[in-house]
Design a protein around this ligand. Structure first.
Ligand code: C2E
Ligand code: CA
Ligand code: CA
Length: 416
């Protein structure tokens, strides 16, 4: 028995499958020629001839129906089986709208084929509804997409700001801008409730544009609070920054860097005050293109941070070619570090790698002093987490910058 990815060599005359067989694989033809036929009134009716680069038996991939045609080899062929299980795994990971539409298209294709083969004498098949789970999920995604568009038009989003501190003196180095949605019916939504849909639909590009403009607008307010707060003032060579999360989709926009520079110029903000955060996994999807756009942004003076570092599979050779100015160590390692020596080693290894590349690190998700102690021992430069402050509205970030709590050197410690 061949496994799904085996390449099969089939001499001319071989029957690959027959009409009525139970089928669960399609076949990618590498070479040769295969004929698809249906038998009608004792005669073979040729439906198609397929050659190298084409796929046959594709309907078996999406349902477990019987083969509606036979396939035999005309010119000796090499084929690779693609099993429905392989495809199911991929489809179940995709957008429910795509899944639902694909199911409907395949149904209609199968019905049309039945009608053609029976010369139109069969009654038109009754329309079938997509499976309830897919339908509900697709409806939810379609609704959320419309609502995101409305939210952009009606200014329902708000940026929250979470401080990033220097671990040495706990002075604030900058803030990460994190989006929130005041949804008129669903209430206060966090990014996990809508960013995944925005990613699938591509709407994330419009969200990022909104976020960039909103983040840049807040920079003067934060900078204005600094002269009153000498104990948190960052050194001149590392000016206060706001970092913004960008998606892989953003970096595929040819005009991304140009738009970004335009936004900064229009607001009169030096690019050094803006940092872009991109997750390691997004970066690795298309490192060459992402690297090109990030380099343009870096050349203009913006900082570039690799987010959630350690959770993806970036190759070190890629990292050293990208214009990275900060590595953010994912919170899963930071939080597991104090109880687990393996995670401590991972954080330490990332710290060493960063030092080799002369890139400072931010440890994410710090919630306890024990974590700070461990990170201090590794000479991590920066930290971010609930211990220093939760994400907060800009007015609270400004107020917290100004108000130095008497018993606490870190102004964010007491914030909500
Ligand atoms: P992220 O970029 O890794 O952001 C950090 C997340 O960790 C934030 O969640 C923050 O509230 C949370 N966090 C910070 N410190 C701690 C801590 O000590 N403990 C725990 N348990 N969590 C902590 P949030 O705001 O819900 O954002 C989740 C994710 O959504 C972000 O992860 C980012 O990937 C995405 N996101 C947020 N804002 C935006 C945005 O404007 N655009 C895009 N494309 N994605 C965004
Ligand atoms: Ca981030
Ligand atoms: Ca992160």
């Amino acid at each position: 028995m061949s496994t799904p990815s085996d390449c099969m060599f089939l001499p001319a005359g071989t029957r690959l499958f027959s009409e009525g067989d139970a089928g669960d694989s399609a076949y990618l033809i590498k070479s040769g020629e295969i004929e698809i036929v249906v038998e009608r009134d004792g005669h073979d009716m040729v439906l198609a001839r397929r050659g190298a680069g084409e796929i046959i038996g594709e309907m078996a991939l999406l349902d477990s129906g019987r083969r509606s045609a036979s396939a035999h080899v005309l010119v000796s062929a090499e084929v690779i089986a693609i099993s429905s299980r392989q495809l199911e795994q991929r489809i179940s990971n995709t957008d429910p709208i795509l899944r639902m539409c694909l199911g409907v298209v395949i149904e209609r294709y199968r019905d049309t084929l039945k009608l053609i083969c029976s010369n139109g004498v069969e009654p038109t098949p009754a329309p079938r509804r997509p499976p309830a789970g897919d339908f509900d999920a697709a409806l939810e995604v379609l609704t959320l997409e419309r609502e995101i568009e409305r939210a952009l038009a009606h200014d329902e989003f708000e940026l929250y700001f979470q401080p990033i501190v220097r671990l040495a003196d706990r002075g604030v180095a900058g803030f990460e801008a994190l989006i929130r949605w005041h949804h008129p019916d669903r209430g206060f939504l966090t990014p996990a409730q809508f960013i995944p849909v925005a990613e699938i639909s591509g709407l994330v590009v419009r969200i990022t544009d909104w976020v960039l403009r909103a983040a840049v607008r807040t920079i003067p307010m934060l900078l204005a609070a600094l002269p009153e707060t000498p104990w948190v003032t960052p050194p001149a060579e590392h000016p206060l920054f706001v970092s913004v999360n960008v998606s892989g989709h953003d970096l595929l926009q040819p005009a991304f860097a140009e738009t970004l520079v335009g936004i900064l110029r229009a607001a009169g903000i030096a690019p050094q005050h803006l940092k872009l955060e991109i997750t390691e996994s997004m970066l690795m999807k298309d490192p060459v293109r992402a690297g090109r756009v990030l380099k343009l942004c870096r050349d203009h003076g913006c900082g570039i941070a690799v987010d959630d570092f350690g959770t993806g599979y970036s190759s070190l050779s890629h990292l050293s070619t990208l214009p990275i100015t900060t590595l953010k160590i994912d919170r899963c390692f930071v939080q597991a570090m104090t109880g687990d020596p393996t995670n401590r080693k991972i954080v330490n290894t990332i710290r060493h790698l960063a030092r080799e590349l002369e890139i400072p690190v931010v440890a994410e998700g710090i919630e306890s002093e024990a974590e700070v102690l461990a990170l201090d021992a590794m000479h991590c430069e920066y930290g971010q987490g609930y211990l220093f402050g939760r994400p907060m509205p800009v007015s609270d970030a400004v107020a917290a910058l100004r108000a130095r709590p008497p018993s606490c050197s870190n102004p964010f410690r007491l914030s909500a």
